[in-house]
Design a protein around this ligand. Structure first.
Ligand code: 1WB
Ligand code: MN
Length: 339
């Protein structure tokens, strides 16, 4: 059975160097804790550097590919790791997104059956970003887009970013909204106990982002826009009944704009989710039953999650053979236009 993993992180030395420099600067971004740990810690330090994430991010055809061969993982859908270019100024972000996209396209051209890719873009300059999005799909033949949630504290319900959404919808290219640490206005209680990270803050950040998009009417403006979120849907499939009920109440009392469809309908028609970093059979079964098998894709979240447990989890998952085909490759081929 073809296995395509769809949230697989990667980076290039130029972006790593820029993140290192940014983490030494005055930024108050909550990402600073994690970025410093990965990109600017002494080799023998404890914490993130001891987990060698940077080696795993820079590597494509070494350990990553040999593990894929051993485990029968056919393809990694690669994306520039969080926070991507979104901590940088507009010009630096725009230039590094284009450089990363060129490098990613080279990898995919060299190993077309093993790697596909999600293009970066720089929302800091939305009109230039839209042009890069068109180039990435039409010229570089990449498979969709990666966005690491907020950009300098702003979210995609903000019309400033709508040139990017217009481009993605017109290109029939899915935007994978991946986490980063919570924005400055959201980060308060998340600054302790490691809660800035994938343990909790990441899910709060992306969950907040996509609820803003649905409640803010983004999918009335862009009804064909497709969004992918990881981590079994950042808890939204569990909460969707309550979110939907309370949004309809908010609309009725004038606290939220009227929308053509309900939040539950938007989540059903405009979203797909991946299993990245949630290797829980019951959560998978619930999510498939809740949003339908066509809207769930397998992912590893390499190098932050090891490959073998993610394969073992999916091989042993309580799903039918037809469902396993959809999870492992069918849905990814459809959503990310993978041949
Ligand atoms: C950018 O740094 C990351 C750290 C972790 C982690 O497990 O601590 C996960 C992800 C991720 O899910 O992509 C990213
Ligand atoms: Mn990830």
């Amino acid at each position: 059975m073809r296995k395509i993993a769809t949230e697989e992180a990667w980076t290039i030395p130029e972006v790593a160097a820029q993140l290192r420099e940014t983490s030494r600067g005055p930024t108050q971004s909550l990402d600073k804790l994690l970025v410093r740990g990965i990109y600017d810690a002494p080799a023998d330090a404890s914490g993130y550097s001891s987990m060698h994430f940077l080696d795993g991010l820079l590597d494509v055809e070494g350990k990553r590919l040999s593990e894929m061969d051993q485990l029968g993982v056919d393809m990694h859908l690669l994306s520039l790791t969080a926070p991507g270019v979104q901590m940088f100024d507009a010009d630096t972000a725009t230039d590094l997104a284009a450089l990363a996209n060129d490098r990613l396209a080279e990898i995919c051209r060299k190993r077309p059956t093993r790697f596909s890719g999600l293009a970066s873009f720089a929302p800091q300059s939305p009109k230039r970003a839209a042009k890069e999005m068109e180039r990435a799909i039409n010229e570089l033949k990449l498979n969709g887009f990666i966005l690491n949630s907020h950009t300098h504290g702003d979210y995609l319900d903000d019309p400033q970013f709508w040139p990017c959404l217009e481009a993605a919808e017109a290109l029939d290219a899915c935007i994978y909204i991946h986490p980063r640490a919570a924005s400055d206005t959201l980060k308060g209680p998340l600054m302790d106990y490691g809660m800035d990270s994938a343990m909790w803050g990441y899910g709060v950040e992306v969950g907040t982002h996509v609820v803003r998009m649905m409640a803010g009417g983004v999918f009335d403006a862009f009804p064909k826009l497709k969004i992918c979120i990881g981590h079994m849907g950042e808890a939204i499939p569990f909460w969707i009944w309550r979110i939907n009920f309370m949004n309809s109440r908010a609309q009725a009392i004038g606290r939220a704009p009227k929308t053509k469809l309900s939040i539950a309908e938007y989540f059903q028609q405009n979203f797909v989710v991946t299993t990245s970093g949630v290797e829980d059979p019951l959560a998978l079964r619930y999510t498939i039953d809740k949003i339908g098998i066509d809207n769930v894709l397998w992912a590893i979240d390499y190098p932050y999650q090891p490959q073998k447990p993610a394969v073992d989890f999916m091989d042993a998952a309580p799903v039918s053979d037809a469902e396993r085909h959809a999870l492992y490759h069918g849905n990814a081929e459809r959503i990310f236009h993978i041949a």
